[in-house]
Design a protein around this ligand. Structure first.
Ligand SMILES: Nc1ncnc2c1ncn2[C@@H]1O[C@H](COP(=O)(O)OP(=O)(O)OP(=O)(O)O)[C@@H](O)[C@H]1O
Ligand SMILES: O=P(O)(O)O[C@@H]1[C@H](O)[C@H](O)[C@@H](OP(=O)(O)O)[C@H](OP(=O)(O)O)[C@H]1O
Length: 276
């Protein structure tokens, strides 16, 4: 890499990282890692304590096949398949990564949107400072129930991708988040991809149903990754679209319904349905 970071031969920077932590030098001359790509896998660096440990524990728990638990069984269908952890030394820093299946791999021209779900984006142990920074960042979150973190949309007429970053999502108000935000993602060549939208809605419906049943986990600051095939010229390699839950750095055990997430996914489904 030209910024002075040398990666091991078999890994690359994740080319389709839409949101989240990226490579940067830290205060002490070390590095903070972004997400990497290795063959058909995504490598996600463990985040600073306790976040990284929370995420790895969550994946290990739900992928522990020796435990028979219907909630874990369904979650395995809703998140990217998990293959343990791997360590790499990058610029002298030893970094542990979660090894996940790259959900975008089966798509030729993946259109990808990352949406954070819930009214609250801080967890029950958040400091006053964190609560303030999260609430001030996007005060409409409590009303909207979700935030677009970023997206890439394939433009067939130009054979290129259009990108929207976190500032795009932060600029959206309740009145225009559907028409100016969500609709953009499902529009190609000035037409709404109804076929994709219907499939995405059915996949969101399954996640929503799961949340109305499960009483085991509360998901704060977690995202939904929505992907569809942007190249309509050939039939899809596997499926036309995929929707997965990602980002589990603030998952808490509970014995109640996760009303915070339920509100958010409900609002997202309502907004998307209104486009049809
Ligand atoms: N399994 C996966 N397959 C494909 N892409 C992925 C996968 N996991 C993560 N990504 C990509 O990486 C990005 C960041 O992922 P994630 O939200 O887990 O990271 P993060 O650093 O914890 O984010 P944040 O700072 O928002 O908490 C996503 O927006 C998505 O583009
Ligand atoms: O999307 P943005 O606007 O870049 O904001 C970041 C995003 O909300 C991350 O999810 C959050 O990490 P957590 O979810 O783990 O809190 C991070 O907090 P941080 O600055 O405390 O790392 C925020 O800065």
């Amino acid at each position: 890499m030209d910024n002075g970071i040398t990666l091991p031969a078999d890994v690359q920077i994740l080319s389709h990282q839409i949101a989240g932590h990226r490579f940067q030098k830290d205060e002490n001359g070390g590095i903070k890692s972004g997400l990497l790509q290795k063959d058909k896998y995504v490598l996600k660096p463990l985040q600073s304590p306790p976040r990284g440990e929370v995420e790895v524990k969550f994946y290990r728990t739900i992928f522990d096949l020796s435990i028979i638990n219907p909630v874990h069984e369904e979650l395995r269908n809703l998140v990217p398949p998990f293959y343990g952890t791997e360590e790499y030394i990058i610029n002298g820093t030893n970094i542990t990564y979660l090894k996940l299946l790259d959900i975008a791999k089966p798509f030729r021209k993946p259109c990808i949107m990352d949406i954070k779900i819930g009214k609250k984006t801080y967890d029950p142990k958040a400091t006053e400072k964190k609560i303030n920074s999260e609430t001030q960042k996007y005060p409409r979150m409590g009303e909207i129930g979700f935030r677009i973190l970023g997206m890439q949309i394939y433009k067939p007429e130009e054979n290129s991708f259009q990108f929207k970053d976190r500032f795009f999502g932060l600029s959206l108000e309740p009145e225009d988040v559907t028409e100016n935000g969500l609709k953009l993602f499902f529009t190609q060549k000035s037409s709404l991809r109804r076929d994709v939208l219907q499939l995405v809605l059915s996949k969101l419906g399954r996640i929503n149903e799961f949340f109305h049943i499960q009483r085991e986990f509360a998901f704060y600051s977690s995202s939904l990754l929505i992907i569809y095939e942007g190249d309509e010229s050939q039939s899809p390699v596997e499926s036309l679209a995929d929707v997965r839950m990602i980002d589990f750095t603030h998952v808490f055990e509970t014995n109640e319904a996760d009303d915070n997430y339920i509100y958010g996914i409900g609002m997202l489904i309502k907004s998307l349905s209104s486009l049809l």
